[in-house]
Design a protein around this ligand. Structure first.
Ligand code: SF4
Length: 260
């Protein structure tokens, strides 16, 4: 069930921002994307760096970059209509051709807007390939949107770093659907991440498709300093690599680049 605060109507959604930047996480780190940041999430991860999207109150305005990469924004009142989003993206892709690799749906958790996304995605997917960044638990909502997704970056939420309980069964069900598309799994790790957590993550990947990549993403502060020792990082990498073939250690690059 969606939080009551997430506004849903026929073609409008509460957005936090639309901007152009470099993808800083996961297997597609380094590509230029247009980011559509949705308001609202059903989790409260301890390390969340997008608190503005978690609040019970939707922001009054969505900020939209005036030109991609300009760092200057105009304000549009929430909820934002699909027409405004479509016009912004079409202008950017026409005036700045071949600059952007894909459109990143991020948040918050974009899938809390699945009802709206079903209407938006046929249009958005015609403008740029669609990349979903998700917490990997909203299984029914993913089913509603999967046909229009090109790339899926899903998290397995580890209790060692989120401070919440694990949701392995939901992650497994989610990954089984996501695996019909290009998908990779990301776990945020720290010095207190356990061997058992990494083993369970690998077992789920093995049960779905052993070619799926697992990204070990060190927990990091806003300035990019990681909160895991090298020896612990390498130990977790060794455990994962002993169980599945595709393991990568990738920190949050956007923090080093100081981009949005
Ligand atoms: S799932 Fe993502 S947006 Fe939601 S609380 Fe966790 S880190 Fe923040």
């Amino acid at each position: 069930m969606l939080p009551a605060q997430v506004t849903m109507n026929s073609a409008s959604a509460n957005l936090v921002e639309i901007f152009s930047s470099i993808q800083g996480e996961g297997l597609l780190a380094g590509v230029r994307q247009i980011f559509l940041r949705f308001q609202g999430c059903i989790l409260r991860c301890a390390y969340c760096d997008t608190y503005a999207t978690q609040g019970n109150e939707a922001p009054e305005f969505c900020r939209i970059e005036t030109d991609p990469g300009s760092g200057e924004f105009c304000l549009v009142k929430n909820p934002v209509s699909m027409q405004v989003v479509q016009k912004t993206l079409s202008n950017w892709t026409e005036n700045f051709p071949k600059v952007h690799h894909s459109l990143s749906l991020t948040g918050g958790e974009p899938l809390v807007h699945a009802e709206n996304l079903q209407k938006w995605l046929p249009v958005l997917d015609g403008i740029l390939p669609v990349y979903l960044e998700t917490n990997g638990i909203l299984v029914d909502e993913l089913k509603q949107c999967i046909n229009y997704l090109d790339y899926i970056s899903m998290d397995f939420k580890l209790s060692s770093t989120t401070g919440s309980h694990c949701m392995w069964e939901k992650h497994q069900a989610f990954l089984e659907i996501a695996a019909t598309k290009f998908v990779f799994v990301k776990v945020v790790i720290s010095d207190i991440t356990t061997v058992e957590e990494i083993q369970t993550a690998c077992e789920i990947i093995l049960s779905v498709d052993n070619n799926i990549t697992l990204i070990l993403q060190p927990l990091s502060s806003p300035d990019g300093n990681t909160e895991i020792t090298v020896s612990n990082l390498l130990r977790l990498q060794e455990i994962a690599s002993s169980l599945i073939p595709n393991v990568r250690v990738i920190p949050q690059m956007h923090k080093f680049l100081h981009v949005l």
